[in-house]
Design a protein around this ligand. Structure first.
Ligand SMILES: O=C(O)CCC(=O)C(=O)O
Ligand SMILES: [Mn+2]
Length: 208
């Protein structure tokens, strides 16, 4: 698989990728047709090859099991704690390493881990949050790749409450960097009109 790196400029250069945030961070959207991930078979390959388990969150001292499924992969030692739960990484699969390499080429950054999320349909979503855990460092770079059903992804500025929505299509990539995780929250809102499943992979770099 040879990624097409020659046409990955920002909007204003050659109109191939879209810069979403007006200030306080950078979020660049690469539509699926810019990347070599648009083959629909990617969805089934990832569904079958990732060790999905039901996601859990700790709330008011109780552990709740969510419908959404997830998995955490990475280099040995790249453990991640969020929502009060510490996760040790599973060993990289061939497919995840291939997608990681593409993310590194597009973002010019390196990643040592990935959070995989599986949303059965529009009833599964993710609430407002920032990926600002200490182990991600001061200005984390996160590459988010989506497969399957198109879903709206929303940003909300922490102070001004400005809202920006983007439809994340199959085979697309969203790169967040700079101040994004400090100044903007993001969410995957639930939807009554989405009946198909979606997979999202967020590649991260855990400081070790
Ligand atoms: O599913 C998505 O597009 C967002 C996932 C996300 O924000 C996360 O895993 O932190
Ligand atoms: Mn997030």
């Amino acid at each position: 698989m040879e990624p097409k790196t020659e046409n990955m400029g920002f909007i204003g250069m050659n109109n191939t990728a879209i810069s979403l945030l007006p200030h306080d961070g950078e979020a660049i959207y690469y539509p699926g047709d810019l990347l070599p991930l648009s083959n629909p078979s990617w969805f089934d390959i990832l569904t079958d090859s990732i060790a999905w388990s039901n996601d859990t969150v700790k709330m008011f001292g109780k552990t709740l099991t969510l419908n959404r499924k997830s998995a955490w992969y990475g280099d040995p030692g790249a453990a991640y704690s969020y929502s009060g739960i510490r996760r040790e990484p599973l060993k990289w699969t061939e497919e995840l390493l291939m997608i990681k390499k593409l993310c590194e080429e597009v973002s010019n950054a390196t990643f040592n881990s990935v959070l995989c999320n599986y949303y059965h349909d529009g009833k599964d979503g993710m609430g407002w949050h920032c990926d600002d855990e200490r182990e991600l460092g001061k200005e984390p770079i996160i590459a988010s790749v989506s497969f399957g059903a198109e879903r709206i992804f929303a940003f909300k500025h922490r102070n001004s409450k400005e809202r920006i929505n983007i439809r994340l299509e199959h085979g697309s990539m969203l790169i967040m960097r700079g101040q994004t995780q400090h100044s903007w929250q993001h969410a995957l809102p639930k939807s009554t009109i989405v009946h198909e499943p979606r997979i999202n992979l967020t590649f991260r770099n855990i400081l070790m």
